[in-house]
Ligand binder design. Structure first.
Ligand code: CAA
Length: 287
């Protein structure tokens, strides 16, 4: 496996919202980046997104000045040729969320990159194990699931496929940290931690609106004021993209069926009297 210390050039597949965000944070962290998309206008749009995000970072004082922003952009090479990812020491794929497309991309990456290069996917719900099966190096395939907007959100979910080598998992954590992120780890189960929990929340917000429980504004206000989340479910769905939410929810539905009956563990804990903070123990323990 190519160690994190040997990584100088990061390949990014996809220049959309997630791909351009990943390219940006990698370049700001000092990596050379090759950002590839299928059409030059997509690559150009990716650069526009990066420039405006960096402008915000400069204006808010997160980046010291325009020179740092310019230097980051300089470190990113845009291309429509997948073969140019051959120079990458690590690749992060952020193409569309379709298994067939991801498997094609991974089969191609397997051909064009050196054999010891780790291939990471930013998939939000698809199986890492199935994506990895399109390659001859499933042990070097791992999930690094960035959150949107990538330049702002602190967290990255590291997802461990059936065959992912433990050193590769460590590299995924280390790489994310090198980009200034904090990580958590999930097994390769549908939706991982983040979307398995987030998507039913959003879905229920949509249902509540559809069934006339409250206005859309009051649903979002209620969840923000009532639970201190930065965005309510409907605003957040708009932020993520309704298509992304629908795709993710359909995958979860296919894999997991009806998730809306009370979880068995919830019933068991209540039966046991573990009611949360008020009893000193729920899912966590309290003094
Ligand atoms: N680069 C890119 N976008 C930026 C940015 C930057 N440097 N700074 C701010 N933004 C974006 C915000 O997304 C938002 O977008 P629009 O312009 O399209 O409205 C806008 O700028 C708001 O900017 P503000 O300065 O007002 O930012 P804020 O203080 O209101 O915080 C936020 C914005 C950080 C997004 C905050 O609202 C938040 O944390 N929301 C929740 C986001 C979230 O949960 N993301 C995870 C989604 S789940 C996911 O990504 C996984 C998946 O698989 C679906």
């Amino acid at each position: 496996m190519r160690e994190l210390e040997a990584v100088e050039t990061v390949g990014v597949v996809g220049a959309g919202t997630m791909g351009s965000g990943i390219a940006q944070v990698a370049a700001v962290a000092g990596y050379d980046v090759v950002m590839r998309d299928v059409k030059s206008e997509f690559v150009d749009r990716g650069f526009d997104t990066i420039r405006s995000s960096l402008d915000r970072k400069v204006n808010s004082g997160d980046l010291s000045d325009d020179d740092d922003a310019d230097a980051a952009v300089e470190r990113i090479e845009g291309t429509t040729e997948l073969a140019e990812l051959g120079e990458a020491d690590l690749v992060v794929e952020a193409a569309v969320e379709e298994m067939e497309i991801k498997q094609d991309v991974f089969a191609d990456l397997d051909d064009v990159t050196d054999d010891d290069v780790v291939l990471a996917t930013n998939t939000s719900t698809l199986s890492i194990t199935t994506i990895a099966s399109a390659t001859e190096r499933p042990e070097l395939v791992v999930g690094v699931h960035f959150m949107n907007p990538v330049p702002v959100m602190k967290g990255v979910e590291v997802v461990v496929g059936e065959k992912t080598d433990s050193e590769v998992v460590e590299l995924a954590h280390g790489f994310s940290e090198a980009l200034g992120k904090e990580t958590w780890e999930s097994d390769d189960k549908p939706g991982f931690v983040s979307n398995r929990i987030l998507m039913p929340w959003i879905n229920e917000g949509v249902r509540a609106y559809d069934e006339g429980v409250a206005t859309k504004e009051d649903i979002d206000r209620g969840m923000k004021l009532g639970t201190n989340v930065p965005m309510g479910p409907l605003e957040l769905a708009d932020h993520i993209g309704l298509d992304v939410c629908l795709d993710a929810t359909e995958t979860l539905h296919e894999e997991l069926g009806d998730r809306y009956t009370p979880a068995y563990l919830l019933k068991r804990k209540v039966d046991a009297g573990d009611l949360g903070k008020k009893t000193g123990r729920g899912f966590y323990e309290y003094d």
